[in-house]
Ligand binder design. Structure first.
Ligand SMILES: CC(C)(COP(=O)(O)OP(=O)(O)OC[C@H]1O[C@@H](n2cnc3c(N)ncnc32)[C@H](O)[C@@H]1OP(=O)(O)O)[C@@H](O)C(=O)NCCC(=O)NCCS
Length: 364
């Protein structure tokens, strides 16, 4: 097989789409291929920034895709200024072509484009190593915070030794559950914060999100177009949005989902949130009804990822603990774009679980 001389080319969804689906079929079962195809089509039909081609690169061997990687366009706010950036994501090599350097070649190619590639983080160890070997910078790994909502279901699935202490401290016991329920009900009276469900995000709130983002050093720009595309209209998953008002002003939002029915772990996840930097009060008022609803829906755990020390502090007081699900975090093309000190300081970033491609390939 002459795989070593094959070159990386931009992916054209019309031209290469059918070959890409056949390629997915070499690695995944039919159900997963169908779910992935829905997301891929949805990306090319409706993703904000989809005109910033190429959205993906492939290595073709005749009419066969041998390797493929996405090049996801998003906008970041860096020191208050908007910048177009990309996430590398969804790296896959046809099993027949593995071990020949194709993955490395396609990752190196994205660095050559000269984009700022701020932190691929939904990657496994192989992908992480390939990014480092291709010239990406290693960043501190990001830690998911987990709250146990149902100790029995959790204990059934987990090796409890070593985790026992943490679980005992973190379990959503009756007392804490009652406190959260009253926090959810009492936020408005006690804190002037009202968290209400929204069917979709209204572009009229985009200015408020931009103002809140300015309090962070680096953050993906959130607006209604992106939030509705990424979460609310997702073809496979059922996300819910909440918007918080504090004394009548827009003060934040949170997006979460319950576990899909097929998830044996029953893990609910908060994929995104935004409040003013340091506003633990509003974040708590957004989280409280989510915790109550997730517990009522018999979710075993609720997970959230944040880089913000003040948010982690709040999560610890509620009973979340750092556990498992290490997110490798690497970055490319960043020198001269962000200060050196920021690269290794998670507190300079506002990163959530839904960043990069996030949860996008999960399917029910
Ligand atoms: C991981 C994957 C993309 C590697 O593709 P590949 O073309 O075989 O990788 P390459 O030949 O370019 O290898 C590049 C380097 O990574 C290393 N590497 C490759 N697969 C690896 C693995 N599974 N674990 C650890 N290192 C690995 C290679 O040893 C090589 O290192 P070297 O340059 O020091 O020799 C491929 O196995 C795959 O598609 N796996 C399933 C999907 C997947 O895991 N994708 C990542 C999702 S985040």
């Amino acid at each position: 097989m002459a795989a070593t001389v094959l070159t990386v080319i931009p992916y054209d969804h019309e031209k290469h789409g059918a070959a890409q689906v056949r390629f997915l079929g070499e690695a995944f079962d039919a159900e997963k291929v169908a779910a992935r195809k829905r997301v891929l089509d949805y990306m090319f039909a409706a993703m904000p920034g989809r005109d910033r081609t190429p959205l993906r690169h492939v290595i073709m061997d005749g009419d066969r895709v041998a390797a493929s990687m996405g090049h996801l366009p998003v906008d970041f706010l860096i020191k208050g200024e908007a910048k177009a950036v990309r996430f590398t994501h969804d790296l896959l090599v046809d099993p027949r072509y593995r071990g020949k350097g194709l993955a490395k070649r396609i990752v190196e190619n994205s660095l050559r484009h000269g984009d700022f590639l701020p932190g691929g983080m939904w990657m496994n160890e192989a992908c992480y190593k390939i990014h480092l070997a291709s010239g990406f910078t290693d960043m501190p790994s990001l830690v998911t915070q987990t709250l146990v909502l149902d100790t029995e279901a959790f204990a059934e699935r987990k090796e409890m030794s070593g985790l026992k202490g943490a679980v005992a401290r973190a379990t959503l016991d009756v007392v804490r559950a009652r406190a959260l329920r009253s926090a959810a009900a009492g936020c408005e009276a006690a804190r002037g914060v009202r968290a209400k469900p929204v069917d979709r995000f209204d572009p009229a709130m985009d200015g408020a999100w931009l103002e809140l983002l300015k309090g962070y050093g680096l953050a993906r720009i959130r607006d209604a177009a992106w939030l509705n595309w990424k979460y609310i209209d997702h073809p496979n998953l059922d996300y819910r949005g909440l918007v918080a008002e504090k004394n009548g002003n827009i003060a934040g939002y949170l997006i979460w989902r319950k576990a899909p029915a097929s998830d044996p772990e029953k893990r609910a996840v908060v994929v995104d949130f935004l409040v003013e930097h340091g506003d633990a009060r509003t974040l708590k008022c957004l989280l409280a009804p989510v915790i109550v609803e997730a517990a009522e829906a018999k979710m075993a755990v609720l997970s959230i990822l944040t880089t913000q020390p003040w948010a982690i502090k709040l999560l610890r007081t509620i009973g979340f603990f750092p556990r498992g699900a290490r997110h490798w975090w690497v970055m490319g093309g960043w020198r001269g774009v962000i200060p050196d000190g920021w690269a290794s300081d998670p507190g300079a970033w506002h990163v959530c679980m839904g960043d990069s491609d996030g949860d996008i390939w999960t399917y029910p």
